[in-house]
Ligand binder design. Structure first.
Ligand SMILES: CC(C)(COP(=O)(O)OP(=O)(O)OC[C@H]1O[C@@H](n2cnc3c(N)ncnc32)[C@H](O)[C@@H]1OP(=O)(O)O)[C@@H](O)C(=O)NCCC(=O)NCCS
Length: 185
């Protein structure tokens, strides 16, 4: 798939929101949203060391190359030239070719709960079906990440597994939840 290609648009806050494949010039914007999310986690008490900017940029460049080879679907949401959200879905290899993993999604705090996440997921799924012949998508998320779990359920994912007490976080045990969306084609 071609970097920069627009796949969706809608009016949001009297401005046009575009959903498109990312380009190298978006890396700083993606990093900004990514770091904003990690600041929230830090505020909630997550003390795990974070990846360096250089590592995140290197991974993004690898994902961009994957996009050009139809091994990755990566989309950003953009308003007035500003990245406000992103999603990456990665195709399985060899006998997992039909499956893909929803690797990451995040929306800038200022733009949450207005449908951006849903639009990113639905856009990325339809691109994965078209370009990677994906028939099922799986993902993992923390059992206490209710906004994410509700979003995934709204987009047709079901919970198929739960690793109980997977992590000890801020004084309590948190599960890890596996979710799948089947029969995309
Ligand atoms: C999870 C996240 C991507 C949701 O993005 P969003 O743009 O706010 O989601 P949307 O506005 O598209 O919401 C769609 C649906 O998701 C659910 N949802 C989203 N936020 C929610 C919240 N805070 N509480 C409960 N349900 C929520 C609702 O069902 C909502 O539909 P509704 O508006 O009809 O009720 C966003 O909260 C985020 O970036 N979180 C931090 C990063 C993260 O946790 N990523 C997932 C783990 S990899």
């Amino acid at each position: 798939m071609e970097l920069g290609k627009i796949v969706d648009s809608l009016e949001l806050f009297d401005e046009e929101m575009i959903i498109r494949y990312p380009m190298e010039k978006d890396i700083e914007g993606i990093l900004y949203v990514h770091k904003g999310w990690h600041e929230e986690l830090l505020f909630e008490g997550d003390t795990r060391p974070q990846e360096s900017d250089e590592l995140v940029k290197k991974c993004l460049l690898e994902d961009f190359e994957g996009i050009t080879k139809n091994l990755v679907v990566g989309l950003i949401a953009e308003i007035d030239g500003e990245v406000i959200g992103y999603i990456f879905i990665k195709k399985g290899r060899s006998s997992y070719f039909h499956t893909a993993n929803l690797h990451i999604i995040a929306v800038d705090r200022k733009y949450r709960k207005v449908g951006v996440g849903e639009r990113l997921i639905n856009g990325a799924i339809s691109e994965a079906v078209k370009n990677m012949q994906t028939t099922r998508i799986d993902l993992e998320t923390n059992g206490d990440n209710y906004p994410a779990i509700r979003l995934y359920q709204k987009c047709g994912f079901e919970i198929v597994g739960r690793k109980k007490n997977w992590r000890y976080f801020c004084g309590k045990y948190v599960d890890r939840v596996t979710m799948v969306k089947y029969n995309l084609i």
